[in-house]
Design a protein around this ligand. Structure first.
Ligand code: UD1
Ligand code: CA
Length: 453
């Protein structure tokens, strides 16, 4: 049985952002959520998150997670941050894991390794990694197998800076932790209370400090935008590789962006530049064309989305297709065999099987019957300035180009609407509605005008 504390109170000055650092998203999820989920994977008896900078927003991001929250009013350093968790853990009898909210690639098994070392009698265990460029990290001082300390870059001499073994910012402690924390002083370049000073303090109390070596990638801390991008790139590469192993075809995979919440089936094809977000689900054999963006959208098996389409909250059935350049908004449902072409926008509308809307139309708050044909430029005028109204278009109806259907209005099954009509009254089944100025031809008028008669 162990406890876990995540430090997440810092501002993250080096990000140069109004957003607290731990809330910067990685694949659509705040960085802090990765640290929390890794911690939860080990079933801690207690999980305390230390928050401070941007507290309200950070608390929002923690909603729904079984965590307790400690508050660090002033950011006086990592040891001071950890001390704020004391009221929650004072009499906790087991070991405590400590990680940082800005280190999202740590794995549960690595943290488990730290706990084991404390279980085997070490007073404290910390994760170290070897980096080709150790800039910004605490450097590990060793004497053979023994770890003597970790020196922050600001305090390091050039010789110490040359050390490439660094502190990854993940630790396990025995219950001596909170007594040791009180001995930390801030006599250093940053005038901060440094958590790594616990190494020397534990040793001074005759306790063994164990260093566990990990893989460099896991230790990546995010302090700058560049590091954020690097970590996101690693997460993305892992995700893409996993989906390809499960049978997804990606053309130019490095150009595909997708979030962990997305679900894909075997034989899905993703063309270059595809962006898949939120609860998007793509069924077997479906295809997404170049530079399409799908968010919270379902593609049933065999559906096709062509290039540059943007779909949010839409459902596309097998044998239906949308795009190129289609815009599907929440509640757009395209049943089997529907075709929605370029510059067609569909919102909160059900298109029954076989509906065709090939170009330049707006269908909002509409239900379109099986096999109906929607001409270019057709618009459902669903908004009267105050309220939204519905449009019903019957089975097999034919709506001519540039017709405006002023809702609420109903076009019956098999009816036709003449091009350019403004329809304000229901159209009966099988009828033709024409609602536009009648054409007049004035013989010879153009010639007379030209010749200045
Ligand atoms: C820290 C370590 C460094 C290690 C590196 C690994 C210290 C002094 N240094 O440096 O040895 O190599 O992590 O990534 O611990 N925080 C608070 N309150 C504070 C200060 C920080 O909650 O007063 C939190 C931050 O939100 C962050 C974490 O602690 O999540 C680490 O702080 P940061 O300033 O990023 O430390 P580093 O300079 O990266
Ligand atoms: Ca950091």
């Amino acid at each position: 049985m162990h406890a876990h504390v995540i430090l997440a109170a810092g501002q993250g000055t080096r990000m140069r952002s109004r957003l607290p650092k731990v809330l910067h998203p990685l694949l659509g999820k705040p960085m802090l959520a990765y640290a929390v989920e890794t911690a939860l994977a080990l079933n801690p008896a207690k999980l305390v998150v230390v928050v401070g900078h941007g507290k309200e927003k950070v608390l929002e991001a923690l909603e729904g997670y079984p965590v307790e929250v400690a508050f660090q009013k002033e950011q006086l350093g990592t040891a001071h941050a950890l001390l704020q968790a004391e009221p929650f853990l004072k009499d906790f009898p087991g070991p405590t894991l400590v990680t940082q909210g800005d280190t999202p690639l740590l794995s549960p098994s690595t943290l488990g390794g730290l706990l084991e070392r404390v279980g085997e009698g070490a007073g404290m265990a910390l994760l170290t990694v070897e980096l080709s460029d150790p800039t910004g990290y605490g450097r590990i001082l060793r004497q053979g197998e023994e770890v003597l300390g970790s020196v922050e870059e600001k305090d390091a001499t050039p010789e110490v800076r040359a050390i490439r073994e660094v502190n990854a910012g993940a630790y396990a402690f025995d219950p001596f932790l909170f007594r040791a924390l009180k001995e930390v002083r801030n006599e250093n370049a940053a005038r901060e209370y440094y958590l790594p000073d616990l190494i020397a303090i534990y040793r001074a109390h005759g306790k063994r400090v164990a260093a566990v070596r990990g893989a460099a990638e896991e230790a990546l801390g995010v302090n700058t935008r560049e590091e954020l991008a690097r970590v996101e790139g690693i997460l993305l590469a892992r995700l893409r590789a996993e989906w390809m192993r499960r049978g997804v075809r990606m053309i130019l995979p490095e150009s595909v962006y997708l979030e962990p919440s997305v679900e894909l089936a075997p034989d899905v094809t993703l063309w270059p530049g595809v962006v898949l977000k939120g609860k998007t689900r793509i069924g077997e054999g479906a295809e997404v064309g170049p530079y399409a963006l799908l968010e919270d959208t379902v593609l049933e098996p065999g559906a096709r989305v062509l290039g540059h389409t943007v779909a949010q909250g839409a459902v596309i059935a097998g044998g239906a297709d949308a795009g190129p350049f289609a815009r599907l908004r929440p509640g757009a449902v395209l049943r089997e065999g529907v075709h929605v072409g370029n510059f067609v926008e569909v919102k909160n509308s059900l298109l029954h099987p076989g509906v065709k809307a090939g170009h330049l139309a707006y269908l909002g708050d509409a239900e379109v019957g099986e096999g109906a044909n929607i001409g270019a430029g057709v618009i459902t005028a669903n908004y009267d300035g105050k309220r939204k109204h519905r449009t019903w278009i019957g089975k097999g109806a034919f709506i001519g180009s540039n017709a405006v259907l002023v809702a609420p209005v109903r076009v019956g099954d098999g009816a036709m609407v003449g091009a350019g009509s403004v329809i304000t009254q229901d159209v009966p089944e099988e009828a033709l509605a024409v609602a536009r100025g009648r054409q007049r031809n004035l013989e010879g008028y153009a010639r007379r005008k030209r010749e200045g008669e």
